[in-house]
Design a protein around this ligand. Sequence first.
Ligand SMILES: NC(=O)c1ccc[n+]([C@@H]2O[C@H](COP(=O)([O-])OP(=O)(O)OC[C@H]3O[C@@H](n4cnc5c(N)ncnc54)[C@H](OP(=O)(O)O)[C@@H]3O)[C@@H](O)[C@H]2O)c1
Length: 323
Amino acid sequence: MRAAQVTKFGDPSVLITADLPDPVPAPGEVLIDVAYADTIFVETQIRSGWGGEFFPVTPPYVPGGGVSGVVSALGPDVPAEWLGRRVTAFVTGSYAERAVAATSALTVVPDSLDLLQAAALVHDGVTATGLMELTAVTETDRVLILGASGGMGTLLVQLAHARGARVVAAARGEAKSALVRDLGADATVDTNSPDWPARARHALGGADGSADVVLDGVGGEPGASAFPLTADGGRFSAHGAPTGGFATLDPTEAKRRDITLFGIADVQFTPADVRRLTASALAEAAAGRLRPVIGEVFSLEGAGEAHAAVEGRGLVGKVVLKM
Ligand SMILES: NC(=O)c1ccc[n+]([C@@H]2O[C@H](COP(=O)([O-])OP(=O)(O)OC[C@H]3O[C@@H](n4cnc5c(N)ncnc54)[C@H](OP(=O)(O)O)[C@@H]3O)[C@@H](O)[C@H]2O)c1
């Protein structure tokens, strides 16, 4: 099979396609003919050599984890009914034409959802749906979303809006802001403006211009700047680090103000929760209530270009690889 490998840590040009042996499904596993693989921001950071303490990979390796595709072969003891099913799964190394996964890790894609949309939800749908549960967003909440135009941000805007919350979305530039308004944001603030935190306070409204829930998908200085906007008794999730690091927050100050902090560890869900959250996201999309935004689809040979596009910050939504 063809696969894209990170040949050494470095810029996107280190992603090179190669012929690798087809994986063979073990007992309890299936072989998936991959239709699409999602890309997520952290894959670009790992490729660059960042985060070795959390992600211990050594080149050459096939990056990626999320796939959609069709079951094309069965390992020993796997019921024949799996053959030909359209599924999503988390796998080890998804930038490849074939992958293996345990049947317990598969989610069947609803008939009315195409495999491209399904692939866009494998990671982001799970995390976004899980974040809604963790932070328990309700219709009385004012929610501030940083990184609102990204793959996960575009889902968070829709899910928080669907729960009836007032959604203020932070995005960069008018085109991205227009998109997130179209997805249900009540107001947007342009992070190109240095005074965006003050603008966010104004947009959040209420008595004190604070957010009951902050969903920080960018981290670093913008994440830290959003912390003072959190209401006393509110919730702050620091799950994003495209700036190069998660937001540094003062736990003593959070405790003093009764703010519940969530971090990246809180969005590492159990296998059972991953299956439940995946099924929920796919069902919402199949019903037309959740729209994955696809920024661009690249070929497997274009994996390096796909990473460059993610890093270039020109696209909105999700970057997906088509096998
Ligand atoms: N996807 C998941 O399931 C998942 C799970 C756990 C954690 N996370 C983390 O959540 C974050 C967002 O993930 P994603 O998949 O939505 O990524 P994404 O689609 O690449 O979106 C990244 C967002 O961050 C903004 N951004 C990028 N670089 C930035 C920078 N240097 N400074 C400020 N903003 C920047 C981008 O908007 P602008 O370029 O317009 O600013 C974009 O809205 C990542 O850190 C990821 O690791 C994701």
